[in-house]
Design a protein around this ligand. Sequence first.
Ligand code: UD1
Length: 422
Amino acid sequence: MDYLKIKGKSALNGTIKISGAKNASLPLIAMTILARNSVIIKNLPDVADIKTLLKLLTNLGASCDFHDDKVVVDTASMNETKATYDIVKTMRASILVLGPILARFGHCEVSLPGGCAIGQRPIDLHLKALEQMGAEISIKAGYIEARAPKGLKGCEIIFDKITVTGTANIVMAAALAEGETTIINAAREPEVVQLCEVLNASGVKIEGIGTAVLKVHGTAGELLDIKEFSIIPDRIEAGTYLCAGAITGSKLTLTDVEPNHLGAVIAKFEEMGFELTLTKDTITIHPNKEIKPVKIVTQEYPAFPTDMQAQFMALATQANGVSIIEERLFENRFMHVSELQRMGADISLSGHTATINGKCDLSATDVMATDLRASSALVLAALIAQGETNVHRIYHLDRGYDSLEKKLKDVGVVVERLKEGL
Ligand code: UD1
């Protein structure tokens, strides 16, 4: 197992190229199950979650050729429909294959993902929607068994809660269903928008893209011809590096980014007193002498993303005054708090709300990553801590941050990846 040793207090300067979005890549790779042709996807991030999903597709009989940032996926040879526990347990988003496999083959088995560090994360809404489309679903020995021998039928689905992977799963199932599926209270995240746009360009008419009501005109089982496309920039990776610039008081420029996807995040930096310069595909953050405290409530897009909550908490430890962060999406997404406290942060928790008393001097120590975004908060804290911080269990970071140490080193961070126990 690897860990990162990060020397604090280095001044950063330079440019970071943002990779393709992990959370857009996952549904778009699952979507290749709906294709009759071999699909070329560009600008994929080199992160563990992508490799996990490609391995899952390979286990199902597909061929996946991933080089640099490009993959060619051919699902014509798929002859298996069971996503087994060994893969699903390492990545919950494996559930994204359920909709497309069921739509194409009429049956599918996917291991139940179970809980995770940030909460229970049920998938009841995915299953209920597929049942409304005519699937028979049962849970046996830890597996979801779904059958739709006569194919899926379009219908009206009202999601009780906005769910990102739930919306993606149902959009993909609806793409091959017979008739029209209307999804009400659909997720509007840019990653869902890209999935809809690619499907739309592949012959599946989708109305309402980017709104809370999607109307998907299914092909009644006809497989799709999917043209080459390129993954949108990772807005969470971009937000994380903007936090790196902000917390260290450095000027950093991000390239290959989509500022329009970061509206709520940019607004919070501005509330904290930071100046940002935007172009069509770059963002520069400028140093700020005095960081103002902030109030943040995490909500669905276009509001402030839960995936940026931990990083802003690290930043809030350096604000002059009391910041409040309320987490509305996941019941247990404060695992980073105790590690930040160990570094000297003054944070108190009450239910879903964290109160951060700034400004605190942080000191380096050994800290443990608990989930993907919590880990990045610890890296941010390490950048300004006095001394050398060891961030352990960085396999969480490797799930979602492409070339993290290289990108940090290139802008002046002294960081090393080391093996535990050596
Ligand atoms: C996706 C993102 C994740 C992000 C999250 C919220 C991917 C691969 N992951 O996760 O990074 O943090 O959106 O923006 O894109 N819920 C139910 N029943 C369901 C489904 C969801 O109750 O069937 C609840 C969840 O427990 C949670 C909320 O709905 O409280 C939102 O979850 P959801 O949008 O589904 O998150 P994911 O798609 O898993």
